[in-house]
Design a protein around this ligand. Sequence first.
Ligand code: HMG
Ligand code: MG
Length: 297
Amino acid sequence: MVKIVEVGLRDGLQNESTFIPTEIKVECIQGLIAAGLKHLEVTSFVHPKWIPSLRDADKLVTSLPRVHEVSYRALVPNRRGLERALAADIDEVAVFLSASETHNKKNINQSIADSLTSMQEVTALAISAKKKVRGYVSTVFGCPYEGKVSHRQVIEICERLLSYGVYEISLGDTIGVATPKQVKQMLRSLGEYVPMRTLAGHFHDTHGTALANSYVALEEGISTLDSSFGGLGGCPYAPGAAGNMATEDLIYMLEGNGVSTGVNLSNLCAVSVKLQEWLQKPLPSRVLHHYVAAAKR
Ligand code: HMG
Ligand code: MG
């Protein structure tokens, strides 16, 4: 069983200059749920000046349909973000920081030490409000400003996050530089200190290795993967970073390998086609391209 966390509405749209109207986001979310996805990261309660395309976070979350077994998640960078997320009654929140100082400073305007202090407070408050908390660690496999990131640094941050009460840590290949061997080595190092069931893979596809990295991560014992419909995505504070692994491509690989996902590929592609029209550009998913070409024949 592989758990897929669909992050396109958040990680994908945060990188787009086009503002997608809230009603269209809701339609996309309904389409993703109808296609069979259950874990949806839908927005971020960050500062609207930093991420203008997600400035409707409060309105979006309060407009979402409640659906059995579907959980909505959102990123919260600080206490203010958590207060907004709780007011909108999100199901689950995600706290985030980077494993490299420079990216952390550019992304959330803080040192790693200050971010950890803030995350401890936010996690405790969220748990006391009965919300589950996920943690993200970015730049695990390389930083756009500092290059290599040490295993020790990633292990120490993951241990701290788990001690605060996060139930899962998503390991971000923020700029899509990881290769399968590197993923294997990092997971083996981490696995000596951190339970594998608490880890998730979050691979961006800048160099076309996201699917291969995910395959290796599954072989190493990870069972949760993040992906975005159409392959939307990127980080505005990581120059050159491409989209996340496409959910369509992941589903194709898993189903072909005999792993049942419960996701209907053509329904999923239909949601990506709709968003492509709004963004007025093709999205990178290979399976989506094939679907669109086949529909024209
Ligand atoms: P700051 O400017 O240092 O904030 O930004 P501040 O604490 O100094 O406050 C300044 C003003 O912002 C104040 O308002 C605050 O109230 C307000 P004023 O008093 O001046 O009127 N403020 C807020 N308003 C709304 N919501 C909030 C909030 N917080 C403060 N939550 C901050 C610090 C963290 C807010 C900012 O840096 C920020 O929003 N950063 C977000 C960047 C971001 O979203 N990056 C992308 C997500 S991470 C990612 O993509 C990686 C990931 O996908 C994994 C991977 O791929 O590796 C997760
Ligand atoms: Mg990301």
